[in-house]
Structure formats: structure tokens, C-alpha cells
Write a protein that binds this ligand. Structure first.
Ligand code: ADP
Ligand code: MG
Ligand code: MG
Length: 876
């Protein structure tokens, strides 16, 4: 027959499966000699038996409980149910994984009419005795009998009202006595049963109630959401009570061994005088800062500080500690690793390494990469944020916090920002033309589009906060108003957005800027030592390149050239190039663009020094550069001296129904080789000039997008090499460069062995690759994907975290077959997913040379890749 009950002194910290996290922790703390009220733990196995035996505690288990209760009586020198030396108990739930607040805990078990009287005599405090009795009747009535708590609250409130009191603390002893009687009446009226005076029954009922709460609605839902198996069961710890409500020299408290928001190494917490645990959590009374404890109970506080250190040493982590002071004596009731902000996590880990508590590896492994965005972006002032009103919620598209006056067009946003306003740009969705307005704005809010929409990608790239795809926005661009859940906001009104949660909030909320601490740099250095994969940035201009370097990028993995086409003085030339009637006309326009491109590249090379820079040749369909609205068309038609109809016809000719599957990427290069000839000329000249001026040894990587066959690649490559040769001859010098291709089309994946004959590197463009593998249009299917996720058809948004089963499989094929052809083929990933920890781990395992992500993701990527390497080592 199995063993179902363990005294705290029989357990250990390794026994969480059997004793639950709390039971194992209580055992552990008992064994290292901390002042823990003694008790025993009924195992998770007993919980499963409880369900097997029709919700009964089996006879043999009851016997074991009785035995351990006797031991407990001997240790405490008190007797359960004996008025001459009453022992009261707490019954505490604790599963093998933490399920905070999901199950019930009951205090003060074993009290009845007679024992209340006895307690009053013994402690000399009737107030304490009746306060405790009242608490117990109420919790027995609600937790065990399932009566509505509101009825007890009502009785209490009525009493307060009748006596003309403001506060429960003002109850006199007589009033408490009568409250206890009223509570007992309430139990009888509501349930038809009288409140049980038998302590034994109270105890078994309480244990059963905890077992039952394992299958309570809250707990079941929580397990489902967190993938916790239902048959794990909860353990129940039965512990002798200590009383924080015993008088002026008693309190209950919760503390962190270090500050959970800054990481500072000093005790942080709160106490509640004359109270018991649950009140603290319920937040009914305002607690005092823990410094009060050092004033009122200096010795207890001193002991507490020592214990905090000991617990940290034992667990090698910052602890959250629940404790009680009874008559100036300290008792520890629970300790577990405490939750913390990203800032605190960094500081605590680094300081613990310095203190010799943990290794550098451990410090890196402990970082929660999903939280790290918090470190780099502005956040709301936490105090102000607490009081803020949420108006609606969209998709959290780019983290950070922003407050500003709302504007509905990029031009007006830019104008307002120039006039010194903080601006929030609101758009139906954004396009290339909105870039300047987005740069000028504090944050971007859109009604359409998902987390890989233009708005989201650009916002992440430039480090702006963005909430996308908020259905509740009804935008009227003409009237310059937006309606949110029936309320109208006008141009110039203040709104705030939280890009980490997707919340849209009323009015202006102060923001605070992040500070990158020394600890942060230290941790990053350690991570760099552990990782094997390189981290590059997606950066299109010198500003982004500088940002990327500041965050530790080792190169640029994707420099998109189309953004450079979109500046004010260039766009007319670009349009002339696109609309050119003859090749000659086109070449003239391109010749005008060449110096612009050359200067762009020079600046980037100068910024990046000798680090690798991958430049992608022009990718988007040409019509993206053409005017979209009727007004724009009219204006430009005029410039060209054409009628509206003539011009519109021209635009129509260029437009495509499925532009994403149309004439873009290398297809553009094949139909208009002169475009990429201009670009290659700009790249090669830039390299030559920077080499001459700065003596940098630069080897650019020229990347051809959207390749689907080796013939395509061979042809485009010939354009590139011929142009490069011509420029080098003109300049009478030689440079080295690499030519590679993006892998974005499934056909390219399947023919990777042939492509590797031509390409020196492959870069996985996982946005397009996902789009084409799934056949999901990334510009249109945001909401569909949300619905798919909601119904469990998709485990996650594949544009956000790489679809390992499909897209990931293709990548593996490419890596294997590509390297079979060319063993030193360089592999990298530059899609959005490359900024996501699980994808980085995947890339590490596939053996990629680098991942390339937006500058603001780089610190996270450095940590995630180090974690992947460390975990990989551990697996070997
Ligand atoms: P939770 O898992 O919800 O934190 P606990 O079992 O830790 O539930 O109990 C909540 C609180 O109840 C504790 O923080 C403590 O203040 C109080 N408590 C639990 N057991 C005892 C005890 N033996 N004596 C005094 N207070 C207790
Ligand atoms: Mg607790
Ligand atoms: Mg692409």
C-alpha cells in the first residue's frame, strides 16, 4: 500500500510530484531549520484516489492523516479539538506546478464555540478569539459548503451599518460575538445544516474541498490554457496555524528578497497588521511598507533579512516569501521564485553571478526573451498606467508606449510634429508613402492589417510603437474623426497606445524612457561568448544601421533598396523611370537616380565598416511607386502634361490583380535589366569610393529576390557580373563581392541544389516563403489567421513564429541540398520570424550562419541564440 501522507520533516525539495510545489517547499524549509509552523502533506496520489473513490477520502488515507496529526500534536504540544490546548490548522492546496490563485486555502480549522472561549481565556484576547471564529465560519460556509460569499459580506455590512461603524476593525468584542452567531445562522438558513462543531469533520471537509477545487472551473480552464495534465492532482498541506491577527504585535506579510521591478538587492514588500494571509491578497485594507516591520518588530525584521539570504542561497534565485509575525515571532509560510520585470531579471542575474550564486551560463539561460522588448522601448509611467481607461484593443504590433495628438494623414502628422506636437498617426492601414509620417509620429494605430502588415513591420523597424488591426476604429479621414466604441475623437485629441498589449487608452499618459544598464551590457557580452550563430540587422539606411550597431549587430542581413526610392526629391524621377515610353527615357531617369543610390550605399558602408552588408535588389511591384488616390493621379497627370484618363490608363497597365505574385523581385530585373544595372553600378561604385576614401576592405553581398529557378538566377547573375565588370574597368580597380539569392518561393526550395551552383549565399525570406507555402496573402489574411488561431486550426500566426512543420521543413531541405552542392554555402534568415526566440533556436539547429532581424530585436536575438547554444550543449 502506498504512502499518502508525509510530515514536513519527511519530505524534500525534490518531491514536488508527490507533495506539490508548496508541500515540497515547506518540507525543504523545515529541513534547513527555518521557523516554519509544523505540519504534513497529503499527496497528489491521494487526490487521484479521491476521484477514483467517488469523492471520498479513503479509510486508509484517513488513518494515515490521523497518525500524522498525532505527530503534529506532539511537536506542537497542542491537541486538535482539545479546549485545554487547542491546535488550529491551515489546509493549503499545492499542485506540482504553480497554479496561482486557482485552488482554495482554508485557515483556522478546528475552532468551535467551546474552543473559541478557551482561546480567549488562554490568549487573554476575546477579540482575537472571536475574530478568528468569524473568519472560519465564513470560509467554511463559502469554501466547503459553497454558499455565496456575498451573503456573509452582507451580514457583516449590515452589522457595521447598524452599529454606525466605518470599519471592521471598530467592532467591539460583543459585536464580534454577535457576528459569529449571525454567521452560524446564515449557514443554517442557506444550507439547512448547522455549522459543524466537530474539528475532525472540519478537517476532512477542508481536505475534500481542496481536492474538489482541483476540478473547479477556474482550475480546469487554467490547466487547459497552460497544457497541464488533469491527472496530475493537487497535494494538500495541513499546517499548524500561526496568528497574524493575535494583536498589536502581530502581522501578516509578503516580501520579495530583491526589488521585483528594479532588481535592486534590498527587501521589498508589505505587511498588514493584525491580519491573516488572505486579506493581504484580497486587497481590502491598504498594507504598510515592509519598512514598518523594521520599526515595529526590529528583531523579526533582522531575522527575516537573514532568512531571505539563506533562501536565495538555497534556491539560487530571488524569492517571494509569505510570512506571519505572531506576538513578535517570525514564521515563514512559503517561498518561491518571484516574478519580475525584464529590467529586474537582468540586474538580478548579473548581480547573482557577481555574488557567486549562479554561473554566467545560468544568468543568460534565465532571461525570458519574450519579455526583453520591455528593455528597449519607452513604457508608460506605471502609476499613471494603472488609472488609465482602455477604450479598445487591437493587435500588439510593435512594442512600446506612445501618447499623442491624433492625426489622420502622414503629411498632417509630419506637419504637427514639426510644430512640436507629440503625434499619434491613425490610418486605415499604412503604405510606403506614409513612411515620413510614421517616423515623425510617436506611435501608429491602424484599423486594418495584422502583425506583419506594412504598419507593423515598418514600426518595428524604426522602433516605433504600433497597434494594428483594431476593428473598433471607425475612421473618417475626410472629416478627420475616428469613432471608438461609439465615442468620437477629433484631430488633435490625445490618445495613448500600448504596443505590447494592443490597448488603446484615453487621453495622454506620461511615458518613461528605457535606460540600458551596465548589467545589461555585461549580460550581452556573456551571451555573445556562448552563441555560435551571428546576429545581423535588417536596416535600410544609416540611421537604422547605427541603431543596429548600438544594439550589437554584426552586419546587415537585409538592406532593402525600395525605401530609398521613396524620398521626396526622388519619387518624381522614379515615376518617370517607371512610366518611360522608351528605353532611352528610362535610362535617363535611372542615370539621375544612380547618384542618390550610390550615396545611400556609401553612407551605409561607412557606418558598417568592414562588417558584411547584404543589399537586396529592387523587390516590390512597380505600381507601389505610383499614385494611388484620384487626387494624386490628377496632380501627377498634370505634371506630365497628360489628361487624367491618359495617365490613369498608363497606371492601369502597370497595375496587377495579384501584385505579390506578379512582376516583382527578379522578374523585374529580367523585364527591366536596366534597373538592376543602375543598382549594381551604384553598389560597386560606392564600394570603390569608400575603399579609396576610408581604406575599408568591403565585400558587399548582392542579393537577388524572388528567385524560383536556376535559369532565372543565371540570367540575373549575368546582368550583375557584367555590370560590375564594366564599372571596375571604368574605375580601373577590382573589388570582391558575393552574389546570392533569397529563398522565398517553394520551387526555389525544391531546386536548392541547382541554385547553389550559382549562389554563394541563401537568405531565407520567410515572410514571402510563408505566404507562398501556405498560400496566405500576408496583406489580406490577418483576420483570417486570427480566427484560425482562435479555433485552434493554427497553433500560432506563421508570420510571427516560423511554421516549423511546413516552412521549417522546406528550410531544412534547402540547407541540406544547398550545402551538398556547395559546402561553404552561407545561410541566413531575414524574415520577420528571425526576430522570434523559437525561430532563432531552429536556425541554430539547422546550422545557419546568421539571423537578421530589426534593430530593436537584436539584444533579444543575442540572448536567444546564446540560450539555444547552451541548451543544445546540455542536450548532447
Ligand atoms: P496561496 O497558494 O493562494 O498563496 P497559501 O496556502 O500560501 O495559498 O495560503 C495563503 C496565505 O494564508 C498564506 O500566505 C498565509 O498568509 C496564510 N496561511 C497559510 N497557512 C498558514 C498558517 N499555517 N498560519 C498562518 N497563516 C497561514
Ligand atoms: Mg501562498
Ligand atoms: Mg520577399
Amino acid at each position: 500500500m502506498g504512502k499518502y501522507v508525509y510530515s514536513f520533516s519527511e519530505g524534500s525539495r525534490e518531491m514536488t510530484d508527490v507533495l506539490g510545489v508548496k508541500g515540497a517547499n515547506l518540507a525543504d524549509m523545515t529541513n534547513i531549520g527555518l521557523p516554519v509552523p509544523f505540519g504534513f502533506t497529503v499527496t497528489t496520489g491521494a487526490c487521484n484516489r479521491f476521484y477514483e473513490e467517488d469523492l471520498q477520502i479513503a479509510g486508509d488515507i484517513r488513518e494515515e492523516i490521523t497518525e500524522k496529526l498525532e505527530d503534529l500534536e506532539n511537536v506542537t504540544e497542542k491537541r486538535f479539538g482539545d479546549p485545554s490546548a487547542p491546535l488550529l490548522l491551515s489546509v493549503r492546496a499545492g499542485a506540482p506546478v504553480t497554479m496561482p490563485g486557482m485552488m482554495d486555502t482554508m485557515l483556522n480549522i478546528g475552532i468551535n464555540d467551546e474552543i473559541t472561549e478557551a482561546l480567549a481565556k488562554m490568549t487573554g484576547s476575546e477579540r482575537f478569539a472571536y475574530d478568528t471564529y468569524c473568519r472560519f465560519i465564513k470560509s467554511y460556509g463559502t469554501i466547503v459548503m459553497g454558499l455565496p460569499k456575498s451573503r456573509f459580506d452582507l451580514v457583516q455590512a449590515a452589522k457595521r451599518f447598524n452599529e454606525g461603524l466605518e470599519d471592521d476593525e471598530e467592532f467591539t468584542v460583543d459585536q464580534l460575538k454577535s457576528l459569529a452567531a449571525s454567521y452560524k445562522n446564515t449557514v443554517e438558513q442557506l444550507s439547512g445544516e448547522s455549522f459543524p462543531q466537530d474539528p475532525e469533520k472540519q478537517l476532512m471537509d477542508a481536505i475534500s474541498a481542496v481536492f474538489l477545487s482541483w476540478n473547479g472551473e477556474r482550475a480546469v480552464l487554467y490547466r487547459k490554457l497552460n497544457d497541464i495534465p488533469d491527472n496530475m492532482g493537487t497535494a494538500v498541506s495541513v499546517q499548524s496555524m500561526v496568528f497574524g491577527n493575535m494583536g498589536e504585535d502581530s502581522c501578516t506579510g509578503v516580501a520579495f528578497t530583491r526589488n521585483p521591478s528594479t532588481g535592486e538587492n534590498s527587501i521589498f514588500g508589505e505587511i498588514l497588521l493584525k491580519a491573516q494571509g488572505a486579506e493581504m491578497v484580497a486587497g481590502l485594507r491598504t498594507p504598510d511598507n515592509i519598512s514598518t516591520m523594521s520599526d515595529l518588530f526590529p528583531e523579526c525584521f533582522e531575522t527575516f533579512v537573514k532568512i531571505a539570504r539563506l533562501l536565495e542561497k538555497q534556491d539560487k534565485d530571488m524569492q517571494n516569501v509569505e510570512f506571519t509575525v505572531e506576538k513578535n515571532r517570525l514564521y515563514i509560510l512559503q517561498a518561491r521564485p518571484g516574478e519580475r520585470t525584464a529590467q529586474a531579471a537582468v540586474r538580478i542575474a548579473v548581480e547573482m553571478v557577481e555574488e557567486g550564486l549562479i554561473s554566467k551560463e545560468e544568468a543568460v539561460l534565465r532571461q525570458d526573451t519574450s519579455q526583453m522588448g520591455q528593455l528597449l522601448h519607452r513604457g508608460f509611467d506605471p502609476e499613471k498606467y494603472k488609472e488609465a481607461e482602455v477604450l479598445a484593443t487591437g493587435l500588439p504590433a510593435s512594442p512600446g508606449a506612445a501618447s499623442g495628438r491624433i492625426y489622420f494623414t502622414a503629411a498632417e502628422a509630419e506637419e504637427a510634429a514639426k510644430n512640436g506636437y507629440e503625434v499619434l498617426l491613425i490610418r486605415q492601414e499604412t503604405s510606403l508613402e506614409d513612411l515620413a509620417g510614421m517616423v515623425a509620429a510617436e506611435g501608429i494605430l491602424t484599423a486594418k492589417g495584422g502583425t506583419t502588415s506594412h504598419a507593423a513591420m515598418v514600426a518595428r523597424g524604426i522602433g516605433k510603437c504600433c497597434v494594428a488591426g483594431c476593428d473598433s476604429l471607425d475612421i473618417d479621414e475626410e472629416k478627420r474623426i475616428v469613432e471608438i466604441e461609439g465615442e468620437v475623437f477629433e484631430e488633435g485629441d490625445f490618445l495613448s497606445i500600448d504596443g505590447s498589449t494592443g490597448k488603446i487608452l484615453r487621453g495622454k499618459i506620461d511615458t518613461v524612457s528605457p535606460e540600458l544598464s551596465d548589467e545589461f551590457s555585461m549580460l550581452m557580452e556573456w551571451a555573445d561568448d556562448f552563441r555560435t550563430i551571428k546576429i545581423r540587422a535588417n536596416a535600410d539606411n544609416p540611421r537604422e544601421a547605427r541603431q543596429a550597431l548600438a544594439f550589437g549587430a554584426e552586419g546587415i542581413g537585409l538592406c532593402r533598396t525600395e525605401h530609398m526610392f521613396f524620398m521626396e526629391e526622388r519619387i518624381p524621377v522614379v515615376r518617370r523611370m517607371i512610366l518611360a515610353a522608351t528605353d532611352g527615357e528610362r535610362r535617363r531617369a535611372l542615370a539621375e537616380l544612380m547618384p542618390f543610390q550610390k550615396t545611400d550605399f556609401k553612407r551605409i558602408f561607412e557606418t558598417m565598416g568592414e562588417r558584411p552588408v547584404t543589399i537586396r535588389l529592387l523587390d516590390p511591384p512597380l505600381h507601389e511607386f505610383l499614385p494611388q488616390t484620384a487626387d494624386d493621379i490628377e496632380e501627377i497627370a498634370e505634371q506630365y502634361g497628360m489628361t487624367y484618363e491618359e495617365f490613369e490608363d498608363k497606371v492601369k497597365n502597370i497595375r496587377e490583380i495579384n501584385p505579390m505574385l506578379g512582376r516583382r523581385g527578379c522578374r523585374l530585373a529580367i523585364t527591366h535589366p536596366e534597373i538592376i544595372e543602375m543598382q549594381v553600378r551604384a553598389i560597386v561604385t560606392a564600394v570603390i569610393e569608400v575603399k579609396r576614401e576610408k581604406k575599408f576592405d568591403i565585400m558587399p553581398e548582392i542579393m537577388i529576390p524572388l528567385i524560383s529557378s536556376d535559369r532565372e538566377l543565371r540570367l540575373v547573375k549575368r546582368y550583375v557580373t557584367e555590370t560590375a565588370r564594366r564599372v571596375m574597368e571604368e574605375e580601373e580597380t577590382e573589388i570582391e563581392y558575393r552574389i546570392g539569392t533569397m529563398i522565398e518561393v517553394p520551387r526555389a526550395c525544391l531546386t536548392a541544389d541547382k541554385l547553389a551552383e550559382e549562389a554563394e549565399f541563401f537568405s531565407f525570406g520567410t515572410n514571402d516563403l510563408t505566404q507562398m507555402t501556405y498560400g496566405f496573402s500576408r496583406d489580406d489574411t490577418g483576420h483570417l489567421i486570427q480566427q484560425y488561431e482562435g479555433q485552434g486550426v493554427l497553433p500560432a500566426d506563421p508570420f510571427h513564429s516560423l511554421d516549423m512543420d511546413g516552412v521549417g521543413r522546406l528550410i531544412e531541405i534547402v540547407a541540406k541540398n544547398g550545402r551538398h552542392t556547395r559546402s561553404n554555402l552561407r545561410l541566413g534568415m531575414c524574415g520577420e520570424q528571425a526576430g522570434e526566440p523559437a525561430t532563432i533556436e531552429f536556425c541554430h539547429h539547422v546550422g545557419m550562419d546568421y539571423v537578421s532581424c530589426s534593430p530593436f530585436r537584436i539584444p533579444m536575438a543575442r540572448i536567444a541564440s546564446a540560450q539555444a547554444a547552451l541548451r543544445g550543449e546540455a542536450d548532447l
